[in-house]
Design a protein around this ligand. Structure first.
Ligand code: SF4
Ligand code: SF4
Length: 411
C-alpha cells in the first residue's frame, strides 16, 4: 500500500481540532467543566526496560487487579455520556493489553477517538484486520523513539531490538495510512544526537516529533521513583550542545515537512533541568511564569492500570473506578481532584509540580492567558512564537518542494 501523505496530514489536523482545540476553546470561552480527555494506563506490563522508567526498572509491586476490557468499556460509555471525545491509552506497553483493538472499535462506535502511545515492539505483528480497525477508527499512534541511532536507542530503551521493531511498526502503520507521531525523551544519552535523529525521522516521512526531558518524579505515582533519576537529564556542562541541537532542529523544521514542539520547549527547558526537585518552595516554572496555572487538572481524567482515578498524572490515586461504578465517572473525577484544585487555587503547589514537564508547555500557554498581566513577558514570547510558527507553516506550504529538492542535510 502506498503512503498517502496528504491524507495523513489531514487526519492529524482534523483529529487535533476535534480532540484538542475545539474542547479547549469551548472550555476557555464558555466555561465548560467537562474535561476533554481521558488518559488510561492500560497495563503495568512492558517489553522494554527504559532507563528512566519505574516499570522498566522493575520497581513494581505485585497487584493482580489490573484493568479489564469491561472496565474500559465502562469508561468509554461514561465518556460518551459526557461527550468526552479523546481517549489516550498508554502503559506499560498498551499493545500487551489483550483486547486493545476491541477497545478502539468500541470507542469509535461511541464517537470516542483513540491515541495510543506505544514502544512499537509488537505493532508490526498485528494482522490486516487489526490494522484496518485502527485506520477505520481514526487512531493516532505515538511511537517512543529516543534516537534513530541503534546504539543509543538500545541504551535508553534497554532492549536490543527496540529500534528494529519500532522501525518495522512505523513502516506498517504508514503503509496502512495510520498517522504516527514520534515521542522522544531528551536525556544525557541522546542530547547530542537529536538533530541527526530528526533528519532520520524526516527521511521516513514522519511529520511530527515531540520532545520532553526526563520527568523527575515517578511516572507511576504508586511506584517509588528510581534512584538518582535527576541525573539522567542533561547536565549543565552539556547545555551548549543541547541548545545547538535544538536550534538546528528549529531551523530545519521551518523549511521541511516536519513539526516539533521545540518552540514551546525552548523558554523553559533550562530552568526545568537546573532546578533541584525537592527544594522547598522553589519551582522551576517561576523562572518563566510569575503566576502558574495548571490546566491539566481541569482537562484530563487520569486513570491508572488498577483503575485508580488520580488527582493528576503525578499524584497517587486513592479510589478506583472498579469499586465505584454506581457513581458516574465525572463525579468520581471531581471528588478525586477537589483538594488539588483548591490547593492550586491558593498557589499551594505540590512538590510534584517541580518534576512535571510532560504537560508543561500547555500549562505555560494556559498560565499566560489565565494571568496575562503577571505573565506578560512570556505572553509576548508566546505570541511571537505562534506568529513565527504560522508564518513558517505558510512559507512551508508555498515553498516546500523547492526547499526539499535543494536541501543537503548537514548532520
Ligand atoms: S517508558 Fe514505556 S516502554 Fe519504556 S519501560 Fe516504561 S512503560 Fe515500557
Ligand atoms: S504535578 Fe502539578 S503541574 Fe503537574 S499536573 Fe499535577 S498539579 Fe499540574
Amino acid at each position: 500500500m502506498e503512503i498517502n501523505e496528504k491524507e495523513l496530514t489531514i487526519t492529524v489536523i482534523t483529529s487535533k481540532l476535534i480532540r484538542n482545540y475545539i474542547p479547549e476553546i469551548k472550555r476557555i470561552f464558555f466555561g465548560g467543566k467537562i474535561p476533554s480527555n481521558v488518559s488510561v494506563n492500560l497495563t503495568d506490563k512492558c517489553n522494554q526496560s527504559c532507563v528512566y522508567c519505574e516499570i522498566g526498572k522493575n520497581c513494581l509491586s505485585q497487584n493482580s487487579d489490573l484493568l479489564t476490557k469491561d472496565d474500559l468499556f465502562w469508561i468509554i460509555t461514561q465518556m460518551a455520556e459526557f461527550r468526552i471525545k479523546k481517549l489516550s491509552m498508554c502503559g506499560g506497553e498498551p499493545f500487551l493489553f489483550s483486547g486493545i483493538i476491541d477497545v478502539v472499535e468500541f470507542a469509535w462506535k461511541n464517537n470516542v477517538f483513540c491515541n495510543i502511545t506505544s514502544n512499537g515492539m509488537t505493532i508490526h505483528k498485528l494482522n490486516d484486520n487489526e490494522f484496518h480497525t485502527l485506520k477505520k477508527c481514526k487512531t493516532i499512534v505515538n511511537i517512543s523513539v529516543d534516537s534513530f541511532n541503534e546504539e543509543i536507542q538500545i541504551q535508553t530503551r534497554g532492549n536490543d531490538s527496540a529500534l528494529k521493531n519500532a522501525l518495522k511498526s512505523i513502516q506498517k502503520l504508514q503503509e496502512n495510512n495510520i498517522p504516527v507521531i514520534i515521542l522522544s525523551v531528551i536525556s544525557k544519552y541522546n542530547y547530542h544526537d537529536l538533530y541527526k535523529s530528526l533528519i532520520h525521522a524526516h527521511s521516513l516521512k514522519i511529520t511530527n516529533v515531540l520532545y520532553q526531558p526526563v520527568i523527575k518524579y515517578s511516572n507511576f505515582p504508586n511506584i517509588s521513583v528510581i534512584k538518582n533519576k535527576q541525573e539522567l537529564n542533561v547536565s549543565t556542562d552539556q547545555f551548549d550542545i543541547l541548545f545547538r541541537e535544538l536550534q538546528k532542529i528549529y531551523l530545519f523544521e521551518r523549511k521541511h515537512k516536519i513539526n516539533t514542539n521545540i518552540y514551546r520547549l525552548l523558554p523553559w527547558i533550562e530552568s526545568y533541568i537546573n532546578i533541584i526537585p525537592d527544594k522547598k518552595n522553589t519551582f522551576f516554572f517561576h523562572k518563566v511564569l510569575p503566576k502558574f496555572y495548571c490546566r491539566e487538572i481541569f482537562t484530563v481524567i487520569e486513570i491508572n492500570y488498577y483503575g485508580g482515578i488520580q488527582p493528576c498524572g503525578l499524584i497517587q490515586a486513592e479510589k478506583s473506578i472498579k469499586d465505584n461504578k454506581s457513581i458516574d465517572l465525572l463525579t468520581q473525577w471531581e471528588n478525586a481532584t477537589e483538594k488539588l484544585k483548591a490547593d492550586l487555587k491558593s498557589f499551594n503547589y505540590p512538590i510534584y509540580c517541580n518534576g512535571c514537564c510532560h504537560k508543561f508547555s500547555r500549562n505555560m500557554i494556559a498560565s499566560a492567558f489565565q494571568y496575562p498581566f503577571a505573565n506578560r513577558k512570556i505572553l509576548i514570547t508566546i505570541f511571537i512564537s505562534i506568529f513565527n510558527r504560522l508564518l513558517s507553516i505558510i512559507l512551508k506550504k508555498l515553498y516546500i518542494k523547492e526547499y526539499e529538492s535543494r536541501s543537503h542535510y548537514r548532520c
